[in-house]
Design a protein around this ligand. Structure first.
Ligand code: AP5
Ligand code: MG
Length: 195
């Protein structure tokens, strides 16, 4: 199964993918995590993307296509994957379509996690306060910037995927992590709705 997760910063993409990867037995590909590891290890990629991530902006589409196509070519992605944080712009989504078609595969689901801004700000500020080594982009002023970038650059993907029959599933991302996980399983046809 090939699933794309879309949602603003703090929507729970990483949290839900971390659960789903074990459930489905397919890899969880988080572009944010790939970039954070590169940054931490001070690789050439990490040195380029570090300042961009720390300003709440997006890394260029060209660079991201290089990162993700290299990862998708690994053998563990043959039978499916969960994409968390990619695509994030319309050009990235178009490039992913081309890549998937060229490999004779198809996307099964696009999950949009919807959470209101107040809840997003609460979740990210709480994470910033609670972690001993907090994410630089969880600083309050950067949360606002990341939310803006989401509205401008990533939200248009909802219409992009809504135009493709049956692909987009919009999920209420508020509630317990178990509730949200259950909603996702229902949306992808693996569980029945709770009565
Ligand atoms: P990325 O790492 O993708 O960050 P993000 O999407 O901005 O935000 P998060 O990872 O914080 O959100 P999430 O939805 O995963 O939520 P989480 O599960 O962590 O990207 C970082 C940066 O990398 C970008 O800004 C950009 O610079 C660059 N980048 C990455 N991909 C790129 C691309 N394709 N193109 C260009 N640039 C790219 O949850 C958040 C918090 O909420 C946690 O503390 C969690 O415990 C909590 N939580 C989760 N679910 C619930 C719940 N149901 N109830 C209460 N709390 C919850
Ligand atoms: Mg994440």
């Amino acid at each position: 199964m090939r699933i794309v997760f879309i949602g603003p910063p703090g929507a729970g993409k990483g949290t839900q993918c971390a659960r789903l990867t074990g459930f489905l037995g397919i890899p969880h590909l988080s572009t944010g995590e790939i970039l954070r590891v590169a940054k931490q290890n001070e690789t050439p990629l990490g040195r380029v993307v570090g300042p961009i991530m720390d300003s709440g902006e997006l890394v260029s589409d060209d660079l991201m296509m290089g990162v993700i196509s290299e990862r998708l070519a690994h053998a563990d992605c043959r039978d499916g994957y969960l994409l968390d944080g990619f695509p994030r712009t319309v050009p990235q989504a178009e490039a992913l379509c081309v890549w998937i078609q060229a490999t004779g595969q198809r996307l099964d689901h696009v999950i949009e996690l919807r959470v209101d801004k107040d809840e997003l700000r609460n979740r990210l500020s709480m994470r910033f306060r609670n972690l001993s080594n907090p994410r630089a982009d969880d600083r309050p002023e950067l949360i606002i910037q990341r939310l803006l970038v989401y509205q401008m650059e990533t939200k248009p993907l909802v219409n992009f995927y809504a135009a493709r029959d049956g692909l987009l599933k919009t999920i209420n991302g508020i509630g317990t992590m178990d509730d949200v996980f259950h909603r996702i399983l229902v949306a992808i046809g693996l569980e029945k709705p709770a009565r």
